[in-house]
Design a protein around this ligand. Structure first.
Ligand code: 6GU
Length: 225
């Protein structure tokens, strides 16, 4: 899978994909993330990516031309399954959406900024609009890092058996159970006995019970789905 991210502040995306699981995924060539600096797609000399809103009002609006230039360049190189705009008024991102996106071949992600983007971009180039939560960020870059991380780790071969996505919270609408590691006792706080028993069936049952209990306490609405 290849993800092209279009950003007005590409510096914000220099590090998030260069470590840990996503780094390994890219080294194994299961996954490629390419960040594009929107300023490089401005008409010559101007280097301007935003302008005042027609009709007045506070806040700058991202201009259509640099975005069009960048998307057109990318589309001339390969086919894209989705062109996603990250914006607080988009559809709420979820594990289910991440699962679906992880099956795609190529996607473009446009990071929003300022007061928004010229509506014609949304009408003519964007196929999906995504928000990562009910709060406002200063730009879409951190949201892009969230979305790309959630997608990238689901691509077949990226996670090994131990880190398998199947046991994640939300994957089955259940929160994950508590986990423990050595030492078995610390400050008189001990690990639940059953986890030290070596009895696989009992451990699985304990984990399922804890998952249910935790979901009931913290996110009861998930159990109704
Ligand atoms: Cl995708 N962008 C911005 N700017 N703010 C957000 C968001 C996205 N999702 C939640 N808040």
């Amino acid at each position: 899978m290849r993800i092209d991210i279009i950003s007005a502040v590409p510096e914000l995306l220099e590090s998030p994909f260069q470590h840990s699981i996503l780094k390994r995924a890219q080294e194994k060539e299961l996954f490629e993330v390419v960040v594009h600096n929107l300023r490089e797609y401005c008409p010559k000399k101007h280097r301007q990516i935003d302008d005042y809103a027609f009709g007045g009002g506070a806040g700058m609006v991202m201009m259509i031309e640099p975005i069009d230039n960048c998307i057109r360049q990318l589309k001339s190189e390969r086919n894209y399954d989705e062109v996603i705009f990250l914006t607080p008024d988009g559809e709420l991102f979820s594990q289910q959406t991440a699962n679906r996106f992880s099956l795609l071949e190529n996607i473009i992600i446009l990071c929003g900024h300022y007061k928004g983007v010229d509506e014609r971009v949304r009408e003519h180039f964007i196929t999906r609009e995504i928000s990562i939560g009910n709060y406002v960020l200063s730009g879409g870059e951190l949201a892009a890092a969230v979305v790309v991380d959630a997608i990238g780790r689901l691509i077949p071969g990226v996670l090994n058996d131990e880190t398998s996505a199947l046991s994640d919270s939300f994957q089955d609408n259940l929160l994950a159970p508590p986990v423990y590691t050595r030492p078995a006792t610390y400050n008189n706080w001990s690990v639940p006995e059953v986890l030290l028993s070596g009895h696989e069936a009992k451990i699985a049952e304990w984990r399922y019970e804890k998952s249910l209990q935790r979901t009931q306490e913290r996110r009861p609405e998930l159990l109704k789905k």
